[in-house]
Ligand binder design. Structure first.
Ligand SMILES: C[S@@+](CC[C@H](N)C(=O)[O-])C[C@H]1O[C@@H](n2cnc3c(N)ncnc32)[C@H](O)[C@@H]1O
Length: 276
């Protein structure tokens, strides 16, 4: 059952690998009916915003991202006030690096969420990348007039998130809780098309071939349990082998596949489903 809502809630973060532009191509493949919706690689949550499900478990292993979604749900007013404090300096390079250098553990949860949104909207291309110590290290984007948030969308998003579970967890832990009739959308860090196209490391832990194989095992376990599962990934030979036997559809994705913005163009990306 999809929630009936007139609120125009839409993603409030720019997220590398975000699915917003692919939604029209994905639309025919979403299941019509399901119990709880699970998005264990949440990122910007484009599919969640599109489906607007009544019951949802949203999770990610990025603590700053999960804190941000939680604060949007629980304290949108406080968050907007904290963001307004960043507003006058949003075009200053030195200010960006000062905020980037601030240790999030020294901030309140609301200030931490404001820092994450500020960095997301003013850094290069909205990328999220951390170094081996887990510190955000994307450079300044140099935008002339970046918007930090939308005064109507943030409260609308807060309303949409009300009553939804938002959890900091590895996808495997969350997938162990999924039950028959639930719908899981898996959007992992993509298997790189080539070694040089690895453009982001979202978290301290890299998502290499071993993790791709483990994820495919999780997919098969969910399938056996009577769960509806959809997965996005790049069209590489490994991905095609790992999901052999399931329904695979190719989508055309226009994206920058490296951080210099070269090699932009339509590339195939896959949607793997265990239903329909
Ligand atoms: C491709 S992005 C998801 C993009 C999202 N679907 C969107 O539309 O914006 C992948 C996400 O997976 C998260 N992630 C990486 N490894 C993870 C893990 N082991 N468990 C849970 N989340 C993980 C990253 O923090 C990142 O937010």
């Amino acid at each position: 059952m999809l929630a009936q809502t007139l609120l125009p809630a839409r993603p409030f973060l720019k997220w590398a690998g975000g699915k917003a532009q692919l939604i029209p191509q994905m639309e025919p493949f979403f299941p019509k009916d399901f119990r709880t919706y699970f998005e264990p690689f949440l990122g910007g949550g484009a599919v969640f915003f599109h489906l607007q499900p009544e019951k949802a478990m949203l999770s990610d292993s990025n603590p700053e991202l999960v804190n941000t979604f939680t604060i949007v749900r629980d304290d949108p007013g406080g968050l907007m006030r904290a963001l307004d404090e960043h507003l006058p300096q949003r075009t200053e390079e030195a200010y960006f690096y000062k905020v980037r250098a601030t240790d999030p553990s020294t901030l309140s949860s609301v200030e931490r969420a404001a820092r994450t949104i500020f960095l997301n909207k003013t850094c290069f291309n909205g990328l999220y990348r951390v170094n081996s110590d887990g510190n955000f290290n994307v450079p300044w984007g140099g935008y002339k007039n970046p918007t930090l948030y939308d005064r109507e969308n943030l409260p609308a998003t807060s309303a949409l998130l009300r009553g939804k579970n938002i959890v900091l967890a590895d996808y495997q832990k969350v997938c162990a809780r999924v039950k028959i009739g639930d719908f899981v959308y898996l959007d992992p860090p993509y298997h790189p098309l080539s070694e040089t196209s690895k453009f982001t490391s979202y978290t301290k832990e890299d998502f290499g071939n071993r993790e791709q194989r483990k994820l495919a095992e999780t997919y098969r376990r969910l399938d056996k349990r009577g769960v509806l599962v959809m997965l996005s990934n790049s069209a590489t030979p490994l991905v095609k082998t790992l999901y052999d036997g399931f329904r695979i559809e190719a989508l055309k994705a226009k994206r920058a596949i490296n951080s210099k913005g070269t090699a932009r163009g339509a590339i195939d990306e896959l949607l793997v489903m265990n239903y329909g």
